[in-house]
Design a protein around this ligand. Structure first.
Ligand code: ADP
Length: 603
């Protein structure tokens, strides 16, 4: 889609133009007008006028070598050449005229006033009027002189617009939105039967999953104008400004109907109105206006509102009720197949070797969002250029996954020998505990090259398939695996290092969730002790229980983790030879693949 840009004329231009005009008036026009008012006469005329008593005032201008004088009524100013007349003073005395330093008013005071005060104001207003007329013509354009106007970006149909085929995966979302496209193509078919389209559609999902892209694709497919605005753009410093922007946006949209209005990050204005002290008045007014506008237009005016958010639970219930944003389209992280498709879509833009195994790459990039996958493909292309290759290879792609997820390799971070051994045992510990519990390859690959993200080693987990349920045993095994790294260090070096902080955090989170949310504790039964907020943004949980219960939860969390830690220690103890062998391999080669790992383990 092409964005329609309106030319911007910043206010500063306006001031510069006015200033220039003023300077011209004062430096050129004023002296010129003044000159025109002076009558030039010869010296003899001056003498005779003086003698006849027709002169009222005389001024000598030595520098310009001239003499100015006025007639009796002081109406007209005359000038004549200064001829160096020695008798001038005397003649003046005789005529009773003083030769004063007092300046002779060369111009009519009224005219001077008009020119230096009234004219600039007239020019000022004229230019201002002209400019505001031009801005009106480009209505919708962002301009500092237009408060309360929406500055939505308008996209019009264009041949290279985004289509559904550019959005890979997300089949359910696309299917859902296809209906909107159908409607915009042929609204009659729907109107005949009396069906009306939902007015608003809410796209919810984690960041980078293609919500914006989907909205653009709907517009691209249905060939209608597309207004795009971010929720935060409505929120202004002055109360009432946001509301007026909403009004303006809808006015524009209705003029262009059928069309699509897209509001990104709608939670910026759509947060629950809690009415608490210190609430944001401006935001609430903006939201109220949005609610009113959505009610205001009829179901079949052809304005469809798409909105995206990562935090659907924080939206005001009035916004999500039927009749407003009544349809919710989840846009989730892509699954294996989706990831493969997204990779392929983005690979069309770069040159890639023919033998690239996309499925393997997709498998390795488990948990990556669409935006991350796009980034991975681009990183691979950059890497190929850096190494002087004409196209990206499988190795480029594999390395760029690690780059995107864990950061670049730190070429000059030198680990001491002891540190390197510790990292090797730590990572092997995790993998070995995992392998002994599931009897299958637990990792794709382990490397112990430090990364710029600060990780000293990096383990690429095996894609566990699309897993929707986990049993208690599986959760416990996972905790045991997480403690495996530290367990290996304890077993071999009889000491602990700081390398396990992330493991500890994750293990604790899992154990806590088991007790407070999944009802897997000894005595709390099926009681929810925690509620999750922001499920798409990390999922923080907040406790909802008495302090006594909280203390008991803490005790149980410790006991769960402790039990698994002991289990991990036991597994490693029983397989100490393998631990040594695998760690040595990893220490020497710095990388071990899942297959190599299993071969050594099964020897
Ligand atoms: P969101 O609005 O959900 O945060 P965007 O729509 O802005 O995410 O996506 C960011 C980028 O990620 C897109 O420009 C695109 O390159 C890539 N992307 C995300 N999802 C997909 C997808 N399903 N197919 C292709 N590219 C995708």
């Amino acid at each position: 889609m092409n964005e329609v840009k309106t030319p911007k004329k910043p206010l500063i231009y306006y001031y510069v133009i006015v200033l220039l005009v003023l300077m011209l008036v004062n430096f050129l026009a004023m002296p010129w007008i003044a000159q025109r008012q002076i009558k030039e006469v010869d010296y003899n005329t001056f003498i005779s006028m003086l003698e006849e008593g027709e002169v009222a005032q005389i001024q000598l201008q030595d520098q310009e070598n001239r003499l100015l004088f006025t007639d009796k009524e002081r109406d007209t100013v005359y000038k004549t050449a200064l001829v160096g007349d020695p008798d001038l003073t005397e003649r003046a005395l005789d005529a009773g005229v003083s030769i004063s330093g007092e300046e002779i008013q060369q111009t009519d005071p009224l005219l001077a006033f008009l020119i230096s005060w009234v004219l600039p104001i007239v020019i000022f207003i004229a230019i201002g009027q002209y400019m505001s007329k031009r801005i009106m013509k480009n209505a919708g354009g962002p301009n500092a002189m237009m408060f309360g106007k929406s500055n939505a970006k308008v996209y019009v149909k264009s041949s290279e617009g985004i289509k559904f085929s550019d959005v890979a995966g997300e089949d359910e979302a696309k299917e859902n939105l296809q209906e909107i496209v159908d409607y915009l193509h042929d609204p009659k078919r729907y109107q005949e039967i009396g069906a009306s389209m939902p007015k608003g559609i809410l796209l919810v999902g984690p960041p980078g999953t293609g919500k914006t892209m989907l909205a653009k694709a709907v517009a691209g497919e249905s060939n209608v104008p597309f207004f795009s605005m971010s929720g935060s753009e409505f929120v202004e410093m002055f109360v009432g400004m946001g509301a007026s922007k909403v009004r303006d946006l809808f006015k524009q949209a209705k003029e262009k109907a059928p069309c699509i209005v897209f509001i990104d990050e709608i939670d910026a204005i759509g947060k629950k109105r809690d009415g608490q002290l210190g609430g944001n008045d401006e935001r609430e007014q903006t939201l109220n206006q949005l609610l009113t506008e959505m009610d205001g237009f009829e179901g079949n005016t052809g304005v469809i509102i798409l909105a995206a958010t990562n935090r659907p639970e924080s939206l005001d219930p009035a916004l999500t009720r039927p009749g407003r944003f009544d349809r919710r389209v989840p846009v989730e992280l892509p699954d294996l197949k989706g990831r493969e498709e997204i990779l392929k879509v983005h690979a069309r833009k770069i040159k890639v070797a023919e033998d690239v195994d996309w499925e393997k790459i997709a498998r390795m990039a488990s948990g990556a969002s669409g935006a991350e996958l796009a980034n991975i493909v681009n990183e691979a292309a950059l890497r190929a250029v850096r190494d002087g290759r004409r196209y990206a290879t499988q190795a480029d792609l594999e390395e760029s996954i690690e780059v995107v997820i864990a950061g670049y390799q730190k070429k000059n971070a030198i680990l001491t020998d002891q540190e390197k051994w510790t990292v090797a045992y730590h990572e092997t510990g995790h993998a070995l505990v995992a392998a002994m519990q599931t009897h299958s390859a637990p990792v794709q690959k382990i490397t112990i090259i430090p990364r710029t993200s600060g990780a000293l080693g990096y383990t690429m987990q095996v894609e566990e398939g699309d897993h929707y349920l986990m049993s208690q045993a599986e959760l416990e095994n996972r905790i045991a695996t997480l403690t495996g790294g530290r367990a290996a260090e304890e077993l071999i070096f009889h000491s602990a290092s700081t390398g396990a902080s992330n493991d500890i955090e994750q293990a604790t989170k899992l154990a806590r969730a088991m007790i407070t949310r999944y009802g897997m504790s000894e005595d709390f039964d099926m009681v929810a002790l925690e509620t999750v907020q922001n499920q798409y943004l990390g999922g923080d949980a907040s406790l909802a229980c008495s302090p006594e219960t909280a203390a008991e939860i803490d005790r149980q969390v410790v006991s769960v983790v402790k039990r698994q830690h002991e289990k991990a220690l036991k597994i490693l103890e029983e397989n100490q030879d393998k631990l040594h062998e695998l760690s040595k391999y990893l220490y020497e080669k710095e990388t071990i693949t899942g297959e190599a790992f299993m071969t050594i383990l099964e020897r």
